[in-house]
Design a protein around this ligand. Structure first.
Ligand SMILES: C[C@@](CO)(OP(=O)(O)O)[C@H](O)COP(=O)(O)OP(=O)(O)OC[C@H]1O[C@@H](n2ccc(N)nc2=O)[C@H](O)[C@@H]1O
Ligand SMILES: Nc1ncnc2c1ncn2[C@@H]1O[C@H](COP(=O)(O)OP(=O)(O)O)[C@@H](O)[C@H]1O
Length: 317
């Protein structure tokens, strides 16, 4: 046997996967399949979950770290669903121990569950020695959830369809963020439903705060090529924000506190309730984070930067 054919498949693999923030989230009408048509600009952030897989006779998952108690340990865990989906695709038995180390807030609008699904796909493809091309992996990811393909992709990308169709975006420099984590999560489908309700209300003569009829993300895409945070900041937009604020009104105070602390701009991250503040540079981000912590408007405050790469193996033995 030649040395090459002895190529070793590791028994234990760790994949690191980033959280995301939507710099732009345009929500179109509700489709017949229950999803909304989106135009979104994702950025992957330096806040991550680590997914470690190792050999086992069964398939099981354990979650540790921030919010672990709120993550299901059964077949509904996105990492377990990823394992079943990949095993099915490859025709191999779905057996592995999966350990998730969470830093991404659960139900926080930062795609933590999606990150774990993407991480499990990448880690298990290696553990089970499955030869799968990027395109097929992205298709499996899209089956798991609208945000999962971006967790594989990372960087900065334009998402269309229900968010699963991706195009990389040219962006220069680094964005420095402060993240205000909330005590309680928000359910993504509930927030989309609330937006539909508010829009229905508006069409009957009511007002929908912050749902301005503006153009697409072209100006933001242009600003991202300049890499200047002061140009990017006023172009941040999230159509889900009025719905998240309607369900969690206390977030208005959080957003105000971030601006008072010196952030260039603040938005609800995706379906919320995490609030993301763009800062001028790393030093400003540390100062804003310190002041925001003191304001008592968040469960925890973190700093993060982006863009960072998507799901990648960081350890294998
Ligand atoms: C809102 C966003 C913005 O990036 O992320 P989060 O803030 O939740 O992380 C995403 O669209 C969430 O993506 P993801 O969390 O993968 O959602 P999915 O599992 O695909 O869908 C969960 C539910 O959200 C609603 N949904 C999701 C995506 C979409 N384009 N339209 C929708 O209406 C549907 O009710 C769907 O049944
Ligand atoms: N591995 C996982 N990590 C976090 N949540 C998960 C996971 N698997 C399933 N879930 C479920 O998905 C829901 C949404 O979680 P998450 O992806 O963290 O939030 P969001 O969709 O707001 O970004 C959670 O409330 C939880 O019930």
């Amino acid at each position: 046997m030649s040395p090459a054919s002895l190529s070793v498949v590791p028994d234990r693999i760790t994949v690191r996967v980033p959280a995301k923030v939507n710099l732009y989230l345009g929500v179109g009408p509700l489709r017949d399949d229950g999803y909304h048509e989106l135009t979104t600009v994702f950025q992957a952030l330096s806040l991550h979950d680590d997914v470690t897989v190792s050999r086992s006779a069964e398939l099981q998952v354990v979650t540790r770290g921030d919010g672990a108690a709120d993550v299901p340990a059964d077949a509904s865990n996105l990492a377990m669903r990823a394992a079943e989906l990949l095993a099915d695709w490859a025709g191999v038995p779905a057996s592995a121990d999966i350990a998730i180390d969470k830093t991404i807030p659960v139900a926080g609008g930062m795609a933590g569950g999606s990150a774990d699904g993407a991480g499990a796909l990448v880690a298990l493809a290696r553990l089970w020695d499955i030869d799968i091309d990027r395109e097929s992996l992205a298709e499996l990811a899209a089956d798991l959830g609208s945000d999962v393909p971006f967790a594989l992709h990372g960087g900065t990308a334009l998402g269309t369809g229900r968010g699963e169709k991706l195009m990389p975006i040219l962006s220069r420099g680094e964005c420095h963020w402060v993240l205000a984590l909330a005590k309680q999560g928000l359910s993504t489908p509930t927030v989309f439903r609330e937006l539909d309700r508010l829009r229905e209300n508006r069409s009957n003569g009511g007002e929908l705060d912050g749902d301005a009829e503006t153009g697409g993300p072209d100006e933001l895409l242009q600003a991202l090529t300049s890499g200047d945070p002061t140009t990017i900041a006023p172009l941040l937009r999230n159509d889900l924000q009025p719905a998240a604020l309607s369900l969690a009104p206390a977030l208005r105070r959080t957003l105000r506190a971030g601006l008072d602390a010196g952030a260039l701009n603040g938005i609800v991250s995706g379906s919320g309730p995490t609030c993301a503040f763009l800062c001028a540079d790393e030093v400003d981000a540390v100062n804003v984070a310190a002041e925001l912590s003191g304001a008592g408007v968040a469960r925890a405050v973190r700093t993060a930067s982006g863009p960072v790469p998507g799901a990648r193996i960081i350890d294998a033995d």
